[in-house]
Structure formats: structure tokens, C-alpha cells
Design a protein around this ligand. Structure first.
Ligand SMILES: Cc1cc2nc3c(=O)[nH]c(=O)nc-3n(C[C@H](O)[C@H](O)[C@H](O)COP(=O)(O)O)c2cc1C
Length: 208
């Protein structure tokens, strides 16, 4: 937890509840921390580059939170610098709920999951929507050659705070690629055993 994160997430109502529930003193130190720790370090940057998806919440003009999953090849969410992320907004079902929400409120909350190692990174930020005409170089950087998706615009996220959460209650899950990597040595061993079995069978068939 950083001061940057608690400044945003700990609203007066949240703080009042912490006081009532007896946890306020455990977090009070963050209110005075000189270092707000709002910029991403290489540790966060590496984690972000490895992700192939994340959950993104926006806020509607009627006050409803709206969560959508954004997926793509690992690394599609780019770290432009220590406080800026960007990704290409793919053409989808053309409901434009997130983009519509961002027109009235630029805040986003991202949840990046690594189910295999039971890690999650929460990011709070503000989004700028950037078009091809506004920044063709950025759009070129966000396009994904060989991936079937049409990038309609760039989501540029100015990171205001982030926080790592503990692994509790995250059920480990594995992608096809992760399973393939884990199973590969077993496949190789099985192949060796099949060869060995065939050799033994052939040898016993030749015995009188
Ligand atoms: C043909 C098509 C159908 C889709 N149907 C859904 C759907 O039913 N529900 C959903 O959450 N996303 C669906 N998607 C994916 C979304 O369009 C995509 O995630 C988009 O970025 C969502 O943006 P929005 O939720 O901000 O409107 C669909 C995409 C395509 C191309």
C-alpha cells in the first residue's frame, strides 16, 4: 500500500468505517508518508508486460461501476513510462460502454491477475482517448501485427496509484501455454518409456 493509493481509496466514509472497525491505526502511517510511491517500478512494469488481459472498471454518468475484461497477446498493455500505460482499444460489439463512460469521467480502475502465481496488481488512473489522427506514431506502437483485431483508438492511462494484493483466495489457474510448458517434460519422459517398452517387447519376442 502506498500513500498515493490510500489517498484515493480511503475516502472519508472508508476511513470512518476503518475507525469503527478498529483498523484505522494500522493504515494511519500511509497518510503521512513523504514518498507517495505513485510511479511504477521495474517490478510492476515487468508484471504488466507479461499480462494477456486485465479487468477494467469505468464509472457511468449515472454512477454505476462498469467492469469489462480486456484481452490480447501478452504485452498488449504497454508501459510507456513510469506513470503512463497504453493499449489499443479493439473494435468489438460496438456498444462503446467504456468509451462512453470515459467521456464524462476519465477515472479507471484496473485489476491485473496472474492466476498461476496468485498475484494481483490494482491500478487507479485517468484515461485519455487518443485517435489515429491525433497520434499516428502511438497508434502504430499499439497495433499488433498478426493478431486479429482492429485498433479503433488508444487508451492512454495516466497512473495515479497502484497496489499489490495478497494471494489469499486466488485459485491458481493456468493458461494453455503454461500447461504446455509444465507437461512438456512429462511428454518427453512418456515418449522414452514407450520406446523402452517397445524395445523390451521386441527383445522378449525374440527369446525362445
Ligand atoms: C461480435 C462481437 C460480439 C461481442 N459480444 C460481447 C458480449 O456479448 N459481451 C461482452 O462483454 N463483450 C462482447 N464482445 C467483446 C466486446 O465488444 C469488447 O470487449 C469491447 O472492448 C467491449 O467494450 P465495452 O464493454 O466498453 O462496450 C464482443 C465482440 C465482438 C466482436
Amino acid at each position: 500500500m502506498s500513500r498515493a493509493y490510500s489517498d484515493i481509496a480511503f475516502t472519508p466514509a472508508v476511513r470512518a468505517l476503518q475507525t469503527r472497525m478498529g483498523s484505522r491505526s494500522a493504515y494511519a502511517a500511509f497518510d503521512h508518508a513523504e514518498d507517495r510511491r505513485h510511479t511504477l517500478t521495474e517490478h510492476e512494469a515487468e508484471f504488466i508486460r507479461e499480462r494477456d488481459g486485465f479487468y477494467q472498471a469505468t464509472v457511468s454518468e449515472t454512477g454505476w461501476p462498469y467492469v469489462q475484461f480486456r484481452g490480447g497477446p501478452a504485452g498488449f498493455l504497454k508501459v510507456l513510462d513510469a506513470s503512463t500505460l497504453a493499449y489499443g482499444d479493439f473494435r468489438g460489439n460496438r456498444q462503446y460502454i467504456s468509451v462512453g463512460n470515459l467521456g464524462g469521467n476519465d477515472r479507471v480502475s484496473l485489476m491485473l491477475m496472474d492466476y498461476a502465481s496468485r498475484q494481483r496488481l490494482k491500478i487507479l488512473g485517468r484515461v485519455r482517448l487518443v485517435s489515429e489522427a491525433e497520434d499516428p506514431a502511438l497508434m502504430a506502437q499499439l497495433r499488433l501485427p498478426g493478431y486479429r483485431a482492429q485498433v479503433e483508438r488508444a487508451f492512454v492511462i495516466d497512473v495515479e496509484a497502484f497496489d499489490w494484493n495478497c494471494p489469499q483466495h486466488i485459485t491458481p489457474r493456468f493458461t494453455e501455454a503454461e500447461i504446455e510448458q509444465a507437461v512438456q517434460p512429462l511428454r518427453a519422459e512418456l515418449e522414452q518409456l514407450h520406446l523402452e517398452l517397445a524395445r523390451l517387447r521386441a527383445a522378449s519376442a525374440h527369446q525362445p
